[in-house]
Design a binder for this molecule. Structure first.
Ligand code: PAF
Length: 311
């Protein structure tokens, strides 16, 4: 067709004709698509998610797109990382709206399997990561990181990515996956991205959808506590106990419970009393109403989550 005979529409009037994303549900089909992409010379990037996608997930996808030409997103609420009394059945699920969010980003494939596809009858293997999975959420959500490491290993084996992108809001999860990838010689670059926050500082999380308006405003205490501790660190405070107490104080006023507000070595998650290095993790897990929220800052690296305290 001669291009001269075709009127060129102005960009503002051009509809975005992205073909509808049809999620794959079959692992073998996913593997075939990724193998074909690699044969074409494409670099495969991967973003594993549990769906209920928000701007934080979309930032992971955009990052993956800068690092790979064939980007796969998985959407799978993984049953093995939920304990018996946790929110597996309540966990928000909305595949149609997830696909609508992914479509403009130019994702190459979405994998949305049923549980039986990932955990077929008779499967009997779990991936257990050691020390870095033990403290913090590992000590409270027993078996959680075995479930995470297992599903991520299975997904890595189906996708075969060169690069996989995770959020630092789940800081311990990121360290667990890095450890697993390294220990199992997985030839995958594991990239961590800073936490994406709402304009008022609340860390984005699929579980924020459970918060009532009152709980939503109380949840800001988490960002407030982390911010105050980050400011104290920037002013020279190096006693872990003081930094932890500083973070706890506003959270205690509004939370139904606090699982931890701990300063830890940012690489090993070992407990520390006096911070001697340039950076350390301050991680919080608490319940606001019935909703469990986690958040963290890397002291010495991250700006305080509350802009007003960023100084
Ligand atoms: O972070 C999550 O959403 C999940 O833990 C993950 C990595 C997709 C594994 O189920």
């Amino acid at each position: 067709m001669s291009s001269s005979s075709t009127p060129t529409p102005t960009p503002s009037l051009t509809p975005t004709l992205t073909p509808s994303l049809t999620p794959l549900a079959c692992g073998a089909e996913l593997r075939k698509a990724c193998d074909a992409a690699r044969r074409r010379g494409e670099r495969v990037g991967f973003v594993p998610t549990m769906g209920a996608l928000h701007a934080g997930h979309l930032a992971l996808v955009r990052e993956a797109k800068t690092r790979g030409s064939f980007v796969v997103v998985s959407i799978f609420v993984n049953p093995t990382q939920f304990g018996p009394n946790e929110d597996l059945t309540l966990y928000p699920r909305d595949l149609a709206s997830d696909l609508a969010r992914l479509e403009p980003l130019g994702v190459s494939a979405v994998f949305a399997p049923q549980p039986a596809e990932i955990y077929e009858a008779g499967e009997d293997t779990r991936v257990h990561v050691g020390r870095v999975a033990e403290p913090l959420c590992g000590s409270i959500r027993r078996g959680h990181f075995d479930g995470v490491a297992t599903v991520v290993a299975k997904l890595f084996n189906l996708v075969g990515p060169s690069v996989a992108v995770f959020g630092q809001k789940d800081y311990q999860q990121l360290l667990v996956i890095r450890r697993m990838a390294r220990d199992l010689f997985a030839p995958i670059e594991i990239v961590g991205l800073p936490t994406v926050r709402e304009p008022d500082g609340l860390a984005m999380s699929s579980r924020n959808a459970f918060l009532s308006p009152d709980e939503r405003s109380r949840a800001l205490a988490v960002a407030r506590g982390l911010s105050r501790a980050a400011v104290a660190f920037a002013s020279g405070e190096r006693r872990a106990r003081v930094l932890e107490a500083t973070a706890r104080e506003p959270i205690e006023r509004v939370a139904s419970s606090i699982d931890y507000a701990d300063v830890r070595d940012a690489d090993t998650l070992a407990a520390i009393e006096d911070l001697t290095g340039p950076r350390a993790l301050l991680a919080v897990a608490c319940r606001i109403g019935a909703t469990r929220l986690i958040d963290n800052v890397v002291l010495g690296v991250d700006a305080p989550p509350l802009a007003a305290l960023a100084g």
